[in-house]
Design a protein around this ligand. Sequence first.
Ligand SMILES: *[C@@H]1O[C@H](CO)[C@@H](O)[C@H](O)[C@H]1NC(C)=O
Ligand SMILES: *[C@@H]1O[C@H](CO)[C@@H](O)[C@H](O)[C@H]1NC(C)=O
Length: 205
Amino acid sequence: MASSASGLLLASLLLSCLIHACYGDILFSSLQRTLQVTTSTRQGVLEAGEDKVNVTWGLNQTLSSGIDSAYKTVKLKLCFAPISQKDRAWRKTVDLLKKDKTCTFKIVERPYDKAVQTIDWTIERDVPTGSYFVRVYAFNAEGHEVAYGQSTDDRKTTNFFDIQAISGRHASLDIASVCFSAFSVVSLFGFFYNEKRKARNAQQK
Ligand SMILES: *[C@@H]1O[C@H](CO)[C@@H](O)[C@H](O)[C@H]1NC(C)=O
Ligand SMILES: *[C@@H]1O[C@H](CO)[C@@H](O)[C@H](O)[C@H]1NC(C)=O
């Protein structure tokens, strides 16, 4: 009797944990695409830390009014184009948003506003070389994603912009530092080997 009661308690505890865990598990495919997002940049490859991306976003005006009544904040994110995700598991697109690695760079977070918004964002210095687009997520009062918009089409085929990382522009410096650390590892091994040999020689005497 007692054991079945405690079994029941355990089961209900487990169930409530599962429900809680599931509550934060939002799928990208469950979000409505209600926001319009466009980007404009200068021509050519942009340089991280220097160039700017102008992002404009707002509610798609052809949708029924009130569709955005739950929107409280928006988050703008810089996202990898499919070509920059290829062979890179750590940038993989996953439908489960908390595991998705498509959009790892936050641009800005703002309160939601019905009016069209625009920002001139200076590309941050730690952005790696790649092809990108911008996605805007709308969050409700509980901080859950409820809608989105992006500067590319649904299948992610157009309107990307290319960024060159700072490190790419100073490749020779990077190579020099790699060589230097390889050198120090080798010399460390050399040091240990030498010490061991000295110890062995001392033992043999
Ligand atoms: C706005 O919404 C309409 C209706 O859903 C859709 O056909 C159109 O493509 C949307 N526009 C943009 C730019 O997303
Ligand atoms: C961004 O582009 C829009 C449309 O081209 C323009 O109206 C706006 O002034 C630009 N914003 C900034 C901050 O440059």
